[in-house]
Design a protein around this ligand. Structure first.
Ligand SMILES: NC(=O)c1ccc[n+]([C@@H]2O[C@H](COP(=O)([O-])OP(=O)(O)OC[C@H]3O[C@@H](n4cnc5c(N)ncnc54)[C@H](O)[C@@H]3O)[C@@H](O)[C@H]2O)c1
Length: 439
């Protein structure tokens, strides 16, 4: 198929490469000329594991342009432009509508059947309410005739975007009509390598399902974090043991039930807030979504309290991990960043290290903290160090630090039980805090 991917960011660039790798002719489109230039030259415009290899391997079926109207020459256009949160926490459709306007102008001078797929996260009701009228008005066509409209979001995690696109748990398709849904299903059947279930439904049901999935997952995370907090205060308790058994119940499931730090990144926090805003707007009390958010926000204070009980006057703190999860450089709403800011603002000397995000973190914190060039250097400089992101390399902390005693707060219980070299005291979150293991 001929496919245009509009928006070559963290999701759009991998999607363009995945579609091309499966034999489709793909035109990548972005308003940012740099992203277009890179993709056109066969270079990945964003960092994502496996992306460069995929782009290089599919180069002859991948081209790029800044001309949005050119999308109309393909069979399907997939929109992956930003939908930033407004001041209330609802997603704004401004970039989607701007793209639809230009795409519509291209469709106006074409007569082949075309399907527009919105894959950006939007407020439920957007496709029927704003996007369909804008598309019809810009293109001079009617949806359901020579034009189809779908809503089909990706369920991915940064760092595993390509695998998640190739092996999704399901493909969710909201459709204006069955012809449009058939085209999109055919495209995705040729992409997925794991024969996933396809769920086809109305546009609004798909829009609601998308944010309902993320809101449910965030609820699980906040639940597990509440259990971790309880285990830290309950003699003999261990959150790992409790959630390990809890997750075996098939009604619950073990994923995202770790009991550690807050959720962050570009999706979970804002999807949860948007769910709450929608619920309120239509007269439903969003008690669960709001409690999930409140528990999440409280995690930084929970962690800061643990850190502060270990600090003595003049001590310095080190934060290991600034990205919101391993395998990504994204620091948006990350627990490590939030903790660093809070402690620095409280007057502590704070050092930070992340395998890929130290520089971005120091910049985002406006010089409040000092960047270290390695985990070893950070430990040298810190009296208390916190493993805030479970990067695998932090499981193997270097031994021997100038004879200085360091307290390591292991938020993810990453360090082996026998870790330590005589100079390190390990405090594992999710276990009674007074039982910290001196080694
Ligand atoms: N990043 C994630 O983990 C993730 C996960 C699920 C859903 N989403 C959703 O996917 C959408 C895209 O997210 P992202 O993380 O890829 O965003 P991004 O900011 O990384 O990339 C968006 C790209 O769109 C381009 N763009 C902006 N306006 C445009 C326009 N009018 N025409 C063409 N290009 C335009 C930008 O230049 C940028 O390259 C958002 O709605 C987001 O909520 C993101």
């Amino acid at each position: 198929m001929q496919v245009a991917v509009i928006g070559l960011g963290k999701l759009g660039a991998p999607l363009a490469a995945v579609l091309a790798s499966k034999g489709n002719e793909v035109l990548g489109i972005d308003v940012n000329p740099e992203a277009v230039r890179l993709l056109d030259e066969g270079r990945a415009p964003v960092e994502e594991p496996g992306l460069q290899e995929l782009v290089s391997g599919a180069q002859e079926r991948l081209s790029a342009t800044t001309d949005l109207a050119a999308a109309a020459e393909s069979d399907v256009s997939i929109l992956l432009v930003p939908t930033p949160s407004d001041e209330r926490g609802a997603f704004s459709n401004e970039h989607v509508l701007a793209a639809v306007e230009e795409l519509g102008a291209g469709l106006r001078v074409q007569d082949r059947y075309h399907v527009v797929v919105v894959a950006s996260t939007v407020m439920p009701g957007s496709c029927e309410g704003e996007i369909r009228p804008a598309l019809e008005s810009a293109s001079g066509r009617r949806v359901g005739e020579t034009l189809g409209l779908c809503y089909s979001p990706e369920f991915i995690a940064l760092g595993s975007v390509i695998r998640d696109m190739l092996e999704p748990d399901m493909v969710l398709i909201g459709e204006s009509d069955s012809r449009a849904g058939d085209v999109h299903e055919q495209l995705y059947k040729g992409v997925c390598e794991n024969d996933p279930p396809f769920r086809r439904m109305s546009l609004v049901n798909a829009e609601l399902t998308k944010i309902a999935v993320n809101t449910y997952v965030t609820m699980k995370i906040s639940y597990a974090n509440t259990l971790a907090d309880m285990c830290e205060r309950l003699p003999g308790a261990d959150v790992e043991v409790v959630t390990g058994a809890l997750g075996l119940d098939t009604r619950i499931g073990g994923k995202y039930l770790r009991g550690a730090l807050s959720y962050g990144g570009p999706c979970f926090p804002r999807d949860n807030k948007a769910f709450g805003v929608l619920a309120r707007d239509i007269g439903t009390e969003p008690l669960l979504a709001e409690a999930t958010d409140a528990v999440n926000v409280a995690q930084t204070d929970r962690l800061a309290r643990v850190v502060q009980t270990r600090l003595e006057a003049g001590n310095s703190v080190g934060i290991l991990g600034l990205s919101y999860k391993p395998d990504t450089a994204v620091i948006e709403e990350s627990p490590g960043l939030a903790l660093a800011r809070l402690l620095a603002n409280a007057g502590h000397e704070v050092h930070v290290y992340d395998p890929v995000a130290t520089e971005a973190g120091v910049k985002a914190l406006g010089g409040l903290v000092q960047g270290a060039s390695s985990a070893a250097e950070l430990l040298e400089k810190s009296d208390v160090a916190v493993i805030a992101t479970p990067w695998p390399e932090f499981a193997d902390l270097p031994a021997g630090r100038n004879g200085k005693r360091t307290v390591v707060i292991d938020c993810w219980r990453l360090l082996p039980e026998d870790a330590g070299d005589g100079a390190v005291e390990i405090v594992r979150l999710g276990r009674p805090l007074e039982e910290a293991t001196p080694v």
